[in-house]
Design a protein around this ligand. Sequence first.
Ligand code: SF4
Length: 389
Amino acid sequence: MPTRACEGVAGEFGVYVHIPFCTHRCDYCAFATWTGRSALVEPYVAACITEICRAQAVGPWRPATSVYVGGGTPSLLPPALLTRLLDAIERAPGAEVTVEANPETTTGEFLRAARAAGVTRISLGVQSLVTRVLADLGRRHSPGSVARAVGLVGEAGFATYSVDVVYGSVAENDDDLAATLDGLLALDPAPPHVSAYALTVEPGTPLARDPARHPDDDTEADRYELVDEMLGTAGLDWYEISNWARPGHECRHNLACWRGADYLGFGCAAHSHLAGHRFANVASPERYIDRVRDGVPAVAMSERLDPAARELESLQLALRTRDGVPAAALPDSGELAGLVARRAGRAVLTRRGRLLANEVAIRLQPPPGTAGGPGGGASGRACAHAAGG
Ligand code: SF4
């Protein structure tokens, strides 16, 4: 029986480090990342190390059971800098350590250094293997660079890795997506983990300013079914709405976050969660470096969830996973027919339910005896305090 989502799993503690540098900005990207800041890379990583050391000295801290270095483009880091950064993070034995990389910037030297520094998992931003689709997304890499990077991942000795796919571009048809998935599954070594995301229009992006390129919801739903069908047939089962893996290759860091475990984020715009207290750092790398240098907390946003809000949020996260939620958390009504499967006291989204997960989520009710449920703790809404970013 899965642990109640908001409790996390005993002992799990994640560390996230944000690397906010890219060589160019993709048309759909709204992440906290910057181009033309290469002079900041070294002082930025030094600031991250300082913040990590402070957290380890004054707490709260536990040896990390998972580390995730994301971005941005972490594979832009000089290998020695990545090693310094990872060496600073106290880890539990057997910790999972993931580093994100882009195909065009991944080198054998970077991967060998990453492996030597304890990285166990590489996450490659592939998005598509069709040149026309990559161009529409504003990506700069070629399909050929993906096979090259994957070959390097294998040569460096990584036992597992993941690829990211983005579907729904107007330049893509069903055959293009099928060709991308077929091409990925034929790679050597083949990816045991795939994250596939529907293209979304984020305000302020070049994509948002070009309505002719906005994806169509129905088309994206069809594409999701194609992804789920092809990956499932290949032995990669869904374990979260946007994630598929062979058994044993699930991302432990993300699983822990979805179970409500504690994690600390370092770097600009990095988010943290400690027992219902969520906070996030200032958004820009310059302000982050200044704050850390001046010994001032880098936090720009902080909110505390009361027990009821925390329970509801944990259910919303759990609903997205294949463990689902306690069956009593969803009404047994006809309107959820075909969207939810009930077994062994759990309610789990069907494929169709995954496409309508938000519709299902608004019907969640904390079960009796839990915070927010009948006989449970206090109810109320989350209180949010946001300072300047
Ligand atoms: S590489 Fe990733 S983080 Fe960088 S701009 Fe493109 S989508 Fe955004």
